[in-house]
Design a protein around this ligand. Sequence first.
Ligand SMILES: Nc1ncnc2c1ncn2[C@@H]1O[C@H](COP(=O)(O)OP(=O)(O)O)[C@@H](O)[C@H]1O
Ligand SMILES: [Mg+2]
Length: 275
Amino acid sequence: MGELKALNVVYHFNHSYDLVPIHLLEKYVKTSDIENLLLRLQGNGLITKQNRGYPGIKLTFNGLSILALHKLRHQGVVEYIGKVKGEGKESVVYGGYSDENGEVVIKLHRLGSTSFKKVREVRDYGGHNWILTSSVSAGREYNCLKRLMGALNVPRVFGYALNAVVMEYLDGKEMVSVKIGNPEDALDFLIEQVKRMYKLGIVHGDLSEYNVLVSNGDMYLIDFPQYADAHTERGKKLLERDVKIMLTYFQKRYGIDMDVNQVVEYIRRDVPSEP
Ligand SMILES: Nc1ncnc2c1ncn2[C@@H]1O[C@H](COP(=O)(O)OP(=O)(O)O)[C@@H](O)[C@H]1O
Ligand SMILES: [Mg+2]
């Protein structure tokens, strides 16, 4: 298919060109009518055309995501894509399905702005390379979930490609929109999860009431692309921040008082400072 080939070529040359010259597509996409092909891709919102002294092409977020979905389909990781299940600061999360993995979610990473909700209508994220940062982010999340699954309450992860990560669908709600019946137990459980994660050498780095899902009475940690190595300075700082955010939430919402330093000390206890 010429369209997919063209998207692939734009993705590939995006590593070296901010704006991929059209003549490179003419060279690598074998079609008699490149103009028409590009018009179709543009009409479907998968690329934009620009002129900066030379005519060139950029992938849009949808273009990158369609390419990622084709790759995942090819790998057999996902067969169908469904409705939007969630939307976060830096991603859109779709439902999906495959025979092998059953009901899944596909998290499409979309970095490039501090608040993408504000710029969701804007197709071009300007200066830096959001395509690469989004793909790096997806790869990091996949690797982290792979290391943690089985040992912690996190979604099982099934695969990734470009900016997309495919993982287990958790039928639940963000903790912020749930009234927890036994908040002391819930907080203890979360502290134990953070401690177990720390022992495995990982700090979440963005823990909050939005990144805990409550599903059938169980709690799961999600959203890992910014995780840090526990043994680094960054990891140590982020651990303190994670604990503080979690305790502040339980204090404000449920009136539970716990000391941040004591909890951090408890999490660090018995964990050697070197890997
Ligand atoms: N495995 C999952 N199962 C069900 N819903 C999910 C899953 N992962 C994410 N979501 C939903 O999508 C939202 C955004 O996902 P998240 O990983 O937190 O990304 P972001 O970095 O954009 O906040 C979550 O708050 C949640 O509502
Ligand atoms: Mg989140």
